[in-house]
Design a binder for this molecule. Structure first.
Ligand code: AHG
Ligand code: MN
Ligand code: MN
Ligand code: MN
Length: 324
């Protein structure tokens, strides 16, 4: 099986980016180990602090964030990092070439039930003019990402990554500690009969999303003429991994619970990296009104509605937005 390094070289990835990715993955391997220790290492449960999103931090949110921050800031390749668990950008190495945004632990509510969790990351070039702790340098649209992906801490530890030459899946071989290529150039089926959305929020959605979902639920008796199945892992990494593997549509749409915050998911370290992976695998990713990768960010913790997955199904969903 092909090693990660070999694949990155074949994809013409610059050496410095390869070294940065390897550093990032060293951190993820450590997180994978800590996660696997669970209650034995006392890493489950919550802390007494909240993050900038107002979410109560789990111990594993804090531990994963610290591991990534320490390893990346000492690497020499990174100018600054930005994290779900950090209010502000953290300056690292002045002549570092890259900026990294990460969700250190996605699916926090799954930590205490031994269910799917992961780390999501997005890498961009660091502008030369920036001061290392200047947040404005991060405010580039997702089209500017040079690498993005996630590490899924499941029954196997897996990496899904793109550097703009397709989306590849790798599996961590814990016997020697390397990621091996287990699926090259993922192609998400254009059509699907599976959706992932938290339907308990249905009453808060816009009318167009309500109508789309009503038509899916009507099955072969409704306008879509086919029966759909539903899955919800409650960790975006788990849901997106399934969509990459076998197709589907994933949505966390705008809802009116916090009208000033459009949706729950964060642009820089959740929506953008997943949108890049999905598009590189032939899928689509939209806010409902525009391509996610073209959203011009105005804040490192900005939220955005997310609709992504199988291209034809995303298009079908977007037709409801166009009609409203
Ligand atoms: P995080 O654990 O990083 O805060 O992200 C959780 C997100 C995302 O992974 C998932 O799709 C969504 O929250 C689940 O939301 P609900 O609890 O509303 O279903
Ligand atoms: Mn969180
Ligand atoms: Mn998350
Ligand atoms: Mn998180």
């Amino acid at each position: 099986m092909k090693r990660l390094n070999t694949q990155l070289q074949e994809d013409d990835c610059p050496l410095e980016l390869i070294l940065l990715i390897r550093t990032l993955l060293a951190a993820c391997k450590e997180i994978s180990f800590r996660v696997s220790q669970g209650a034995l290492a006392g890493v489950l449960g919550s802390t007494l602090s909240d993050n900038v999103q107002g979410e109560r931090q789990k111990k594993l949110d804090v531990i994963s964030n610290q591991i990534l921050k320490d390893i990346l800031s000492e690497s020499g390749y990174v100018k600054a990092v930005s994290s779900e668990e950090e209010d502000k950008v953290i300056g690292c190495t002045n002549d570092g070439k890259y900026l990294i945004s990460f969700d250190p632990l996605d699916g926090s509510s799954n930590t205490d039930i031994n269910s799917l969790i992961g780390t999501i990351f997005s890498v961009m070039h660091a502008p030369q003019w920036m001061e290392p702790d200047d947040p404005s340098a991060f405010l580039q649209p997702g089209t500017q990402q040079v690498a993005a992906g996630y590490v899924l801490y499941g029954p196997s530890t897996m990496l899904a990554m793109t550097t703009g030459r397709g989306t590849h899946l790798y599996t961590l071989d814990k016997t020697h500690g390397g990621f091996l290529l287990t699926r090259e150039r993922v192609e998400v089926p254009r059509e699907t009969q599976e959706f992932a959305i938290n339907t308990s929020n249905q009453r808060h959605w816009e009318p167009c999303m309500q109508q789309y979902m009503a038509d899916l639920l009507a099955g072969d008796q409704g306008p879509r003429n086919k029966n759909y199945n539903m899955r919800w892992v409650a960790a975006m990494v788990g849901d997106i991994h399934r969509v990459l593997c076998r197709g589907g549509i994933f949505a966390y749409p705008w809802d009116n619970r916090e009208p000033e915050k459009p949706g729950k998911l964060r642009l820089m370290y959740e929506a953008n990296p997943m949108a890049f992976l999905m598009e590189q695998a032939g899928g689509a990713a939209s806010t409902g009104r525009m391509r996610i990768l073209e959203v011009m960010p105005d804040d490192i913790h900005q939220r955005v509605p997310v609709i992504l997955g199988s291209a034809d199904e995303v298009e079908a969903c977007l037709s409801y937005y166009a009609d409203q």
